[in-house]
Design a protein around this ligand. Structure first.
Ligand code: FES
Length: 170
């Protein structure tokens, strides 16, 4: 039995020439292998990016100014103290600057002056937020207050600190 005429070897293709079947299959194989190796890398990289953010809102309405009595009011959910003196307000964070426990408002026995005590490691702050005892490295934060433009409620901006002694006047 005789075999047919021997085929000449397929020359490697060069740009502009049609690609032979073997070369095409080889290129597809390399492409698929590359994609198979890249997929897990891309998927593990994607797993580092959260699908949703669960940040608490930074600006929180806390009610009309008239609902605040003169003196300090503790807002448990926001962990702040809102102080009112007539038409003048200010807001102190209740987050201890040591490790973040919630400080408690105390009054000096003789003078009834306001202080803040941290129950965790004993830091103490004066009424203006100045730290004076314990491991707290700095004063309590003053937080920005403003009025909501739509319903005139007092708004605490939990992300915006102000200089010590900052006040908001109606
Ligand atoms: S967290 Fe307040 S003193 Fe440590």
């Amino acid at each position: 039995m005789s075999e047919g005429p021997e085929r000449p070897p397929t020359p490697p293709s060069s740009p502009g020439e049609p690609i032979g079947r073997r070369a095409l299959i080889a290129r597809l194989g390399v492409g698929l292998a590359g994609a198979a190796m890249a997929a897990p890398i891309l998927m593990s990289g994607r797993s580092l990016v959260p699908n949703a953010l669960y940040e608490a809102p930074r600006k929180v309405k806390v009610g009309p100014p008239d609902h605040f009595a003169d003196g300090p009011t503790f807002l448990k959910d926001q962990r702040v103290f809102v102080f009112r003196e007539g038409k003048v307000f200010h807001c102190l964070s209740a987050v201890c600057t040591h490790l973040g426990c919630t400080v408690q408002l105390m009054r000096k026995e003789r003078t009834q002056e306001v202080e803040f005590h941290c129950p965790c490691h004993g830091s103490r702050y004066r009424g203006d937020g100045t730290n004076y005892a314990g491991p707290a490295p700095r004063p309590l934060d003053y937080l920005r207050l403003e009025l909501a433009p739509d319903d005139a409620q007092l708004v605490v901006d939990l992300a915006r600190t102000e200089d010590k002694g900052w006040r908001f006047t109606l």
